[in-house]
Design a protein around this ligand. Structure first.
Ligand code: ADP
Length: 608
């Protein structure tokens, strides 16, 4: 719709509005036909009385004419009542018939044509004031009057002045009334358009308010929220049924999340089909481009739409995407069983607004769930950390008490106690360091310090930085640098932290056997793969994903004293920050192999 300079024309309104305006015009015309008939008959009565007084000889012609006037007026009122859809045509016909009747009377009694001009001018003025039928109606309704003057002079009416005067006067009257009809119509239409817009806006806000209320009431329960949304869309768009399809990232399909009024068989079928992006590619393209897809013709040329519409006995549907961060996360569809006209822009706007509300509600629900999860995690974190801090501290306090009370007389026992205290202190230090690393990672303050170095230098510094107490007496450590002096551009400190964590774990969980630390170039020398392999107890398949999460430990790892489940979480986060990945290959009882693959030229964003 366009509006220019505050005025509105018919081209700026949509089809629905024009048809409603036309209905309203017909209704108003039907109402005015009665009033106009009464006015006309009063007017005719007054003229007839004058005529009877001044021209008594015309009495019979007058009576006949009055009877015809009355018959025409009654016929018009009755016809309009019977066929209100034909009000316009009936009114045009009656208006012309009355004008021609006046002309016939004037010709029959040889009246002065100037009198007829005056009468017709008054008649046309009355018509334009009473009938809100615009330029077209006035033009059609003026035909009888416009022809009246020439016809009456032709049929015998007399003229005192040249007939061109009368013609000019009548033409002016017709022109003025046509202009009046046009202007009145323009203003009436503008007022109607504004009132309709206002009403629509009110309905729109009321519907949205209702949706917002309904969605807010269910925000704590994502399933109830989805169902509420489908119900709101169905109600607001008067659809036969509505469905909410949610994008499932892991399965890469759209799945039925909730429905309102969806026939059971259709719901079952949607659940079974699971629309993948390839299947609904044409829809997806339109959804991405417009945000919505509308189909009002069940004979769609798109084969999938055709099949589905026929299967589900649908005549039309309107779908709207729900977006989050430029991605389609869900689609809400309103479906209609009966054939219907094209969807009006305001229907599309309403569904889009509902989808927007829903997107906000879904996002709020997601954030609430995230906040709850974060809170849970924080509580777990505090509980775990307190527990992990208390155990070594108790050991340290116990041994220092024994030393203070000189309970350990033997210097060997004293030195063993001091060793225990030192070991527990180091463990505490490790824990605090790990926690600091995690909090730095979570705060997003991870700054990469890229530098170029060769694998030989890295291996040399790693070997010296591995504390001797990590390694049990029955464990052999092999350093296998297969990359030689190949260079790597990355954050060396973070890489060392990753490898130290993996080596520490391998040595911690391997009581006897070997631990090998290896590096080699892979992927056409674009990447470097570091692996830490041990002959320890291995990790069960069901634990291999969970161990990379915070505070998660494998259920059956023997000898895991002192761990808190942060090391591998840090390894994973750091590997990803460096543009690489970490994976584990293991079988219970057959050792474990952790592999970290990093790009040789550093992470893309940092490098780029
Ligand atoms: P922590 O070792 O402090 O418990 P990590 O995050 O480093 O925490 O490791 C998580 C869990 O993964 C460990 O508790 C252990 O169950 C398992 N795990 C890690 N490395 C190995 C390994 N080399 N061999 C066997 N299990 C391991």
């Amino acid at each position: 719709m366009t509006r220019e300079g505050g005025t509105v024309d018919a081209t700026s309104a949509d089809e629905g509005m024009l048809s409603a305006y036309w209905q309203e015009t017909q209704r108003l015309l039907a109402h005015r036909v009665q009033a106009a008939s009464i006015f006309f008959l009063l007017f005719a009565g007054a003229i007839t009385t004058l005529e009877v007084i001044y021209f008594p000889t015309r009495r019979s012609a007058l009576l006949l004419t009055c009877a015809v006037y009355a018959a025409l007026c009654v016929a018009a009122v009755v016809a309009v009542r019977r066929r209100p859809d034909r009000t316009f045509a009936i009114t045009v016909a009656a208006t012309n018939a009355l004008a021609l009747c006046m002309t016939a009377y004037s010709a029959a009694v040889h009246n002065r044509a100037e009198m007829l001009v005056l009468t017709l001018t008054l008649y046309l003025t009355g018509v334009v004031l009473l009938f809100p039928w615009g330029l077209r109606g006035q033009a059609l309704g003026s035909l009888g009057a416009a022809l009246g003057y020439p016809l009456s002079t032709f049929a015998g009416a007399t003229t005192a002045s040249p007939s061109v005067y009368g013609l000019a006067a009548l033409s002016t009257a017709v022109g003025l009334t046509l202009t009046g009809a046009y202007l009145l119509e323009r203003h009436r239409f503008a007022a109607y358009w504004r009132a309709a817009e206002l009403e629509r806006a009110q309905l729109f806000s009321a519907a949205l308010l209702e949706v917002a209320r309904a969605l807010n009431a269910t925000i704590r329960d994502p399933q109830a929220l989805a169902e509420q949304m489908a119900a709101c869309a169905r109600q607001a768009l008067a659809a036969d049924w509505a469905a909410l399809l949610r994008w499932n990232e892991s399965g890469r399909t759209f799945e039925l999340a909730a429905g309102s009024g969806v026939p059971a068989a259709v719901a079952e079928e949607i659940r079974t089909i699971g629309f993948s992006p390839q299947v609904i590619a044409p829809f997806e393209r339109t959804l991405r481009r417009n945000g919505w897809v509308a189909l009002t013709n069940s004979e769609s040329s798109e084969p999938l739409a055709q099949t589905l519409l026929q299967r589900w006995r649908l005549a039309a549907f309107l779908s709207q995407s729900i977006m989050r961060e430029q991605q389609i996360t869900a689609v809400v569809s309103c479906c209609y069983v009966q054939p219907r006209g094209p969807f009006r822009p305001q229907e599309r706007r309403l569904l889009a607004a509902i989808a927007n509300q829903a997107a906000v509600a879904l996002e709020n629900a997601r954030l609430m769930e995230e906040a709850r999860a974060a809170n849970r995690l924080k509580s777990e974190f505090v509980a775990t950390v307190s527990h992990e801090l208390r155990t070594p501290l108790n050991v340290i306090i116990g041994y220092t008490d024994l030393l203070r009370e000189a309970a350990l007389g033997d210097p060997g026992e004293q030195s063993a106690a001091l060793d225990r205290i030192r070991q527990q202190s180091l463990q505490l230090l490790d824990l605090i360091q790990a926690m600091l690393d995690v909090s730095r990672l979570d705060a997003g303050g991870l700054r990469l310090n890229l530098e170029e170095f060769d694998l030989g230098a890295l291996f040399a510094s790693l070997r010296t930085s591995v504390p001797s107490n990590w390694c049990g007496p029955k464990v052999k450590v092999d350093w296998l640098n297969r990359g030689g002096a190949a260079t790597l551009r990355t954050d060396r400190g973070k890489l060392e932290m990753i490898l130290r964590n993996l080596i520490h774990n391998a040595l911690k969980y391997t009581e006897a056997g070997a631990v090998s630390v290896a590096a080699e170039e892979v992927g056409d020398q674009a990447q470097v793969c570091f692996s830490v392999t041990d002959t320890g107890p291995g990790i069960a398949l069901e634990d291999q994903t969970a161990i990379f999460e915070m505070f998660r430990q494998a259920s059956a790892t023997p000898g895991r004293d002192g761990g808190v489940g942060l090391g591998l979480y840090i390894v994973k986060r750091l590997s990803e920050a460096l543009g690489g990945s970490v994976s584990v290959h293991s079988q219970p009882g057959a050792g474990a192999c952790f592999r970290v693959v990093l790009p040789r030229q550093g992470p893309r964003t940092a490098a780029g």
